[in-house]
Design a protein around this ligand. Structure first.
Ligand code: PMV
Length: 359
């Protein structure tokens, strides 16, 4: 019998991208099942990634290392990472403990959310290591279809489910919690859009998205937002289908502002914007109005700004930003093809190899 445990067991390396929501998931109908209040639609990125390597261990416990810091299920059994591993094991109906190393290709602590790529990579690497399979077809025969993997990933962090798919993907709420679906709407080849991520502040966010999803229900604006999302999803889908950037841009800016308006008027009220967020978004609108700046913004649960533009315009847009915003750091990202999984000959941190990130 093959020994799947111990230092000689095979390692599985998952590389999963982050994604940027064009229509935001904001609020949960039910926390236990991670049932979102509204449908959301996102663009999967290519440069901002999490690289996670997993292998079976005979240690009797799970461990998870990131940036030189190790968590151990012996001491931290209640950590969400270990709950997630239990969930993947139960879903696959397999046993076995894992040793895991994870790194982001973008600097952590720079204010860019890593939970989407993080839980997508963790789900994929752990499913591969637990089943011993690294091919998508073989994983599917073991019960880990891409749809299932997306479903497990979203249990760790809602937005992570969309990162299992490349291009543009949509998370539908469905009629009940078990009827949720995450599907690809367009492949990455459909439209070469860029995301120039403008890091205005490298501080970690002060309020977790879990807390903010809960606070949304206290906002008098939330019902109005939810009523408008189906129409917005239709328009955004049409804008992507027809590659209509000004139409897409108008809708994503409105959606981001609406999400933040709900947060700011929630209970408790949560403000993710910094003074620079306000100044920068006003500057973007002014630049656009003056011509030669075809970029539109969206903002997740933090002070930093994502500028969506055509890939062919991204470098000029970055140059214009650098001239005026000397302290801003930029991450040049674009639409991507989704995660990969492979057998790895090494079990070690990829940290030193990383070239992406801030510039
Ligand atoms: O996945 P969570 O629970 O961290 O929520 C993410 C919420 C937003 O990033 C603000 C929007 C989205 O749809 O990704």
């Amino acid at each position: 019998m093959t020994d799947l445990t111990g230092p000689t067991s095979r390692s599985f390396r998952a590389v999963a991208p982050s994604n940027i929501a064009l229509v935001k998931y904001w609020g949960k109908r039910d926390e236990a099942t991670q049932w979102p209040a509204n449908d959301s639609l996102s663009m999967t990125l290519s440069e901002s990634q999490t690289i996670t390597t997993a292998r079976r261990t005979s240690d009797g416990f799970d461990s998870f290392s990131m940036s030189g810091h190790t968590l151990h299920s012996r001491e931290d059994a209640d950590h969400k990472i270990f709950h997630h591993l239990n969930r993947v094991r139960e879903s696959l109906n397999v046993s076995g403990r894992l040793e895991i190393i994870s790194e982001n290709t973008f600097p952590t602590g720079c204010g860019i959310a890593s939970s989407a790529s993080g839980f997508a990579a963790l789900t994929l690497a752990s499913a591969a290591a637990l089943t011993g399979e690294s091919a998508w077809d073989a994983l599917a025969t073991r019960g880990a279809t891409r749809t299932k993997l997306a479903d497990w990933a979203r249990m760790g962090s809602g937005s992570a489910g969309r990162s299992l798919l490349g291009g543009f993907s949509r998370w539908n709420t469905g009629e009940h919690a078990n009827a949720q679906t995450i599907r690809q709407e367009f492949t990455q080849d459909h439209w070469d859009l860029a995301d120039v991520i403008v890091v205005l502040s490298s501080q970690e966010k002060h309020t977790s998205s879990s807390e903010a999803h809960r606070a949304a229900w206290g906002s008098p604006l939330f019902a109005a937002r939810l009523a408008g999302v189906p129409e917005r999803i239709k328009i955004v889908t049409q804008a992507i289908r027809e590659r209509e950037l000004p139409l897409l841009g108008r809708e994503i800016e409105a959606d981001a502002m609406e999400m933040h308006a709900v947060a700011m008027t929630g209970s408790p009220a949560i403000n993710y914007f910094s003074e620079d967020t306000i100044r920068f978004t006003a500057w973007v609108r002014k630049q656009r109005g003056a011509g030669n700046f075809p970029a539109w913004f969206t903002i997740d649960a933090g002070p930093n700004v994502h500028l969506i533009c055509r890939q062919s315009d991204a470098s000029d847009i970055a140059t214009t930003i650098r001239k005026e915003w000397k302290n801003a750091k930029l991450i040049m990202d674009r639409v991507g093809s989704g995660p990969t999984i492979e057998i790895s000959t090494q079990f070690k941190s990829a940290c030193h190899e990383l070239t992406g990130g801030l510039s």
